[in-house]
Design a protein around this ligand. Structure first.
Ligand SMILES: Nc1ncnc2c1ncn2[C@@H]1O[C@H](COP(=O)(O)OP(=O)(O)OP(=O)(O)O)[C@@H](O)[C@H]1O
Length: 243
């Protein structure tokens, strides 16, 4: 049976009195890529913040990796957070230290591994994203695509079960974006990772999405397989894919 890594039920949330997410319901199965999409301002990033435990909803339930995210105590929360990786839109690398030192940060902060083992793991992560030769470069010396790959290496440093990515291909040219997509697919196919990706790049969606959650005016108007989304006659979904 498919193992549910994330389960969101009847999630209602917003800012102050304004509802941004209204009665959202979906699941993410282990080893799949869920793409959250919808027009600008529809609440994609807000939903991602909920899945990472960064916001409290008005009501609803979120199960993450077998824990009730909204009722978790500090210990459970730490355990969950240790098993998720996050790839921010801007990469968020520290510019004053090398790529390898950036990737080492989570390993230094969250494990008791020796310096030598951390160096080995950093090399391994950098080779996974094709950046072994840039280990000693500063982030400012890299291209945009390389910086994204370095940020990805850091996001997977602790071998997370789930990777959250907010607009990973934003600002990249189509060739570089396609290469980044291949890396995301490798994480799913070679490492069995579960990914939740926010994007509105149609090319990316077609390449990587197993399942789609389409938000529109606060509602989840479509939740299902990519192949069904492409055939959907729900107006905003149809408009999005035919635009
Ligand atoms: N901190 C905040 N305080 C108040 N309103 C906010 C805040 N963050 C987001 N919003 C509002 O909530 C709505 C959803 O924002 P969100 O960033 O989740 O949308 P999005 O789908 O990720 O948008 P985009 O595609 O443009 O990044 C928007 O109307 C936004 O203005």
């Amino acid at each position: 049976m498919d193992k549910k890594v994330i389960r969101v039920q009847n999630l209602v949330s917003g800012y102050d009195e304004r509802i941004v997410l209204d009665d959202i319901l979906f699941e993410v199965v282990e080893g799949e890529i869920l793409v959250i999409l919808g027009t600008s301002g529809c609440g994609k990033t807000t939903l991602l913040k909920h899945l990472m435990g960064l916001m409290q909803p008005y009501s609803g339930e979120i199960q993450l990796l077998g824990h009730d995210l909204l009722k978790a105590d500090e210990k459970e929360m730490l355990k969950m957070m240790r098993q998720i990786g996050v790839l921010f839109q801007n990469g968020a690398l520290l510019n004053s230290i090398t790529v390898a030192e950036n990737v080492a940060i989570p390993l230094e902060q969250h494990t008791d591994l020796s310096k030598e083992l951390i160096e080995d793991l950093v090399r391994l992560k950098l080779s996974l994203v094709g950046l072994e030769r840039a280990a000693h470069a500063l982030p400012s010396e890299l291209s945009g695509g390389m910086r994204k790959r370095a940020a990805l290496a850091r996001a997977i440093a602790l071998d997370p079960k789930v990777l959250f990515a907010d607009e990973p291909a934003a600002g990249l040219d189509p060739v570089t974006a396609a290469a980044l997509d291949r890396l995301l697919l490798n994480l799913r196919d070679l490492l069995g990772m579960t990914l939740v990706v926010v994007t509105h790049e149609v090319g990316s969606i077609r390449r990587i999405a197993d399942r789609i959650l389409f938000l529109h005016e606060g509602k989840a108007v479509f939740y299902g397989k990519l192949s069904d989304a492409l055939k959907s006659d729900i107006e905003p979904v149809q408009k999005f894919f035919n635009a």
